[in-house]
Design a protein around this ligand. Structure first.
Ligand code: B1M
Length: 212
């Protein structure tokens, strides 16, 4: 059994060493990386998010909490992204312009990598120009865009429209996600796929590429 409260305490206090220790200890006890993520790390970050929303804590606290969260996911990364099979297809992904949130995007990429995809991480605050340049350079089968702010969601549409205008949609499917993004929005702007979490993102990409 995972002690979710301990994960919460470690993350909310920004205690990277403690979160690393709890994560490693859970793995050593035989918990799976997925369980540690779903029952330990993610609920803790959700609680931090609620406090942030309620103005009980502020950006510096959220920042140290996200660093502690990343310390935990860093231990899980080699497991979540381990794949023995041949690389399935190339996917490039970034957080859109003006948006610095990357924890969710990084989780999506870890699971994509673990499912055998060849992944290219474009990072955060990725402009339309950078997405276009990367599509031309890497020739991916899938482009992923993440946005965590209602104010940056529009950047998904701007980039999608430019990909379309430049005739790059024929070779590339586009999947979008992030907390404020919905399936309805994806349909409205003409994205090929939407996913609400990292595991669904992998399923969605497999579906788009006819792999399941
Ligand atoms: Co920010 N922030 N933040 N923040 N932050 C939110 C998003 C917010 C909801 C908090 C709140 O008010 N409750 C709010 C947005 C409100 C809105 O627009 N509706 C908010 C705000 C307002 C801001 C600032 C504007 C605050 C300010 O400056 N006044 C500022 C903006 C900075 C910027 O980006 N320009 C800001 C800053 C920050 C920090 C830097 C302090 C930090 C980010 C650190 C980092 O990422 N390295 C931060 C954090 C940590 C959060 C919360 C607390 C947690 C986000 C997170 O990592 N969640 C967040 C509150 C919340 O979401 N509960 C909040 C965990 C992560 C695993 O989930 O990212 O949703 P998520 O990813 C999921 C799915 O969405 C999906 O799969 C992932 C895994 O399951 N998914 C995809 C994500 N991308 C996908 C792509 C796909 C498919 C699925 O395909 C391509």
């Amino acid at each position: 059994m995972l002690d979710a409260e301990k994960f919460y305490t470690g993350i909310s206090q920004g205690n990277m060493d403690e979160v690393r220790r709890l994560t490693q200890e859970a793995l050593d006890r035989g918990e799976t990386a997925e369980t540690i993520l779903q029952e330990g790390l993610l609920p803790a970050m959700d609680r931090v998010g609620v406090q942030f929303k309620n103005n009980e804590i502020y950006i510096p606290e959220v920042l140290i909490a996200s660093r502690a969260m990343t310390a935990g996911t860093g231990i899980l990364k080699p497991i979540l992204s381990k794949s023995n099979g041949p690389k399935a297809a190339k996917i490039i992904m970034g957080t859109v312009k003006g948006d610095l949130h990357d924890i969710g995007k990084n989780l999506v990429l870890m699971l994509m990598e673990g499912s055998g995809f060849d992944v290219v991480d474009l990072g955060v605050d990725v402009s339309t120009e950078k997405f276009i340049e990367a599509i031309k350079q890497h020739q991916p089968q899938v482009v992923g865009m993440s946005a965590l702010l209602t104010t940056t969601m529009q950047e998904i549409k701007n980039t999608l429209d430019t990909i379309q205008e430049q005739g790059l949609r024929k070779q590339t499917k586009v999947i979008i996600g992030g907390a404020p993004v919905t399936e309805q929005y994806a349909k409205k702007i003409g994205a090929d796929g939407f996913a609400s979490d990292a595991a669904s993102a992998v399923d969605c990409v497999k579906g788009l590429l006819g792999m399941r």
